[in-house]
Design a protein. Sequence first.
Length: 152
Amino acid sequence: MNDVLIKNVRHTGIVVEDLEKSMKFYVGKLGFEVQKAAEESGEYIDTLLGLDKAFVKTVKMTLHNDQMIELLDFTTHKLDKEPAAINRIGPTHMAFTVSNLNKVIEEFTADGIEFISEPVSSPDGYAKVAFCKAPEGTYIELVELKEDSNRE
């Protein structure tokens, strides 16, 4: 296909309940680096989001490979937090490759981060995987690949 409309995935937006707590997780635990923090309001944001008189704090952050997420903390228009379900329709989780899953689990658990299961090896032996929850409830899949594997 020569006329590709999509060039790449720019970022993933995550609405958070507590920006400071979420920053500690995404920066302190997952290793994201803040690129830009802003407070957004006005006609542009209202029109873009379909809201009236919205005020939102945003933080764009990247990993070393330029993959980006954006945390959004709505000062106005904040909805009640609904329990996340791993099997709901729509986006449910983000996955990250780690070098030592057992060490990550130990450190995260010591900091009170909730896991939904013990680490499990994939049936083909390609990876060891566990899911935890970010402060806002997003499921985070942590994957340790076998050292001799060249798969993505």
